[in-house]
Ligand binder design. Structure first.
Ligand code: NAD
Length: 430
């Protein structure tokens, strides 16, 4: 069998001492509810996920012993369409984290106005210390445990932290074996050979740079000759650097978990990637100056794209951020305290549920192609992504203006408003 390679995200989960992510998600909902004067019945219905599955996943390990893993699938809301959300493999997965991520997926799909609800899956495991065979058996058994609750019109999984196109191929095969026919539309983020979409690999970054471009336009900032710094040089960060350069932006600083590099003349993203592939880090590229991650975040640039971890911008460093635009490629890179400081300093923050929604948007396009048995060119996919992102940016910007709030609150207001409208229109049965 061919193994599909994808860079493995090294994103830390919310640790035990961190604030409870589901409480945070519900607090956000409460704030948004009072901002938009949310219908109290719709609010009541959004206080809990529609369905929570908790499954045990026994598999035979390579040493011949059985190990039982804990898995979850949380389906938050399907008011706007089938549930949609990735599957995460990580030792720190908790039910509350999966619940929060399912709520955020609901808002993300609503912001870009794709006809999906939101869900998320998680398995408590340490994939770094599992063989390929163990991961395959885990994936197949997890799929069989949730098979009655997923499906092209029910709930469509996708890759997330430590899961990749190969994982999706195993889910697709297991689900199809159970049903007796091939169902490519049950997952997105598949390998192209199995019905995956052109352009899916770098769709998050493409969407993120479109969002940054629209933000620049709103500030009347000319991108030709503007400068940018990108934190994190993985899937999202490295492609964001490529697309920024295509727009004429000078990417002067990038970083990874080791440290950062800087060049006032501007970096060539492809050279940086070659160096990282060869040495394992961006650090040490000829002709660049080494900087710390803190220095990267605080560098004198027009656009900052945090594309690494959660909580990169906090109340400790927010006042030193000099960028005019922070466009959140990563999920949750800015803490609520930092948000307030950035707002006071008139930094335009493009929130994650808008800025990194390009990935789920192209997942949706993949699903549409599968349902119609079509395969579009990359140009067609990119064109549709462009339209969705531009329209989502405009709607978010206008909503933020209308309520006189930052774009993060605007995005939530827009999303929660759209979901609650669907809930109210559907009514309750019986
Ligand atoms: P990745 O693992 O490919 O890249 C992460 C990068 O961050 C790596 O280069 C790593 O070295 C770097 N990094 C780790 N710790 C760092 C630190 N302390 N300082 C600076 N850099 C550090 O992951 P990815 O897929 O690019 O995801 C990055 C972020 O984007 C995550 O928050 C993820 O949830 C979010 N995201 C990704 C997608 C997607 O399609 N890949 C979609 C939506 C959101």
């Amino acid at each position: 069998m061919t193994t599909v390679q994808r860079s493995v995200p090294r994103v830390p989960m919310v640790s035990g001492s961190a604030p409870n992510p589901y409480e945070n998600a519900m607090k956000q909902l409460e704030n948004t509810a009072s901002l938009i004067k949310l219908d109290s019945d719709a609010h009541e219905m959004l206080k809990q996920p529609k369905r929570i599955l908790s499954v045990s996943i026994p598999i035979k390990m390579d040493n011949g012993r059985v190990k039982n893993f804990q898995g979850y699938r949380v389906q938050f809301s399907d008011a706007r369409g089938p549930f949609k959300g990735g599957i995460r493999y990580h030792p720190n997965v908790t039910l509350d984290e999966v619940k929060a991520l399912a709520a955020w997926m609901t808002w993300k799909c609503a912001v870009v106005d794709i006809p999906y609800g939101g869900s998320k899956g998680g398995v408590v495991c340490d994939p770094k210390n599992m063989s390929l065979g163990e991961k395959e058996r885990l994936t197949r058994r997890y799929t069989s445990a949730i098979a009655d609750f997923i499906g092209p019109y029910r709930d469509v999984p996708a890759p997330d932290v430590y899961t990749d196109p190969q994982t999706m191929a195993w889910i697709l095969d297991t689900y199809s074996q159970i049903h007796g026919y091939q169902v490519p539309e049950v997952v997105t983020g598949k390998p192209i050979s199995l019905g995956g979409s052109e352009g899916r690999l770098n769709s998050t970054s493409r969407g993120c740079v479109i969002a940054a471009r629209e933000a620049a336009r709103s500030l009347k900032l000319n991108l030709k000759g503007a400068t940018a710094a990108v934190q994190g040089y993985g899937n999202v960060g490295s492609w964001s650097a490529v697309f920024l350069k295509e727009l004429g932006v000078k990417v002067v600083a990038v970083s990874d978990s080791k440290d950062g590099i800087m060049s006032k003349q501007g970096l060539d993203p492809r050279k940086v990637q070659l160096h990282k592939d060869k040495t394992g880090s961006v650090v040490g590229l000829e002709g660049t100056q080494e900087i710390s991650n803190e220095e990267l975040l605080e560098s004198e640039v027009d656009i900052l794209i945090p594309a690494a971890l959660e909580n990169a911008i906090t109340d400790r460093n927010a006042s030193r951020i000099k960028a005019k635009i922070v466009c959140e490629g990563a999920n949750g890179p800015t803490t609520p305290e930092a948000d307030k400081i950035l707002e006071n300093n008139k930094v335009l923050v493009v929130p994650d549920i808008l800025a990194n929604a390009g990935g789920v948007t192209v997942s949706y396009l993949e699903w549409v192609q599968n349902l119609n048995r079509e395969h579009w060119t990359e140009a067609e996919v990119n064109e549709k992504l462009e339209q969705k992102m531009v329209s989502a940016f405009k709607s978010t910007f206008e909503t933020a203006r209308r309520y006189n709030v930052p774009m993060r609150d605007g995005a939530l207001a827009l999303a929660v408003g759209r979901v609650s409208e669907a809930i109210r229109t559907l009514g309750i049965w019986p």
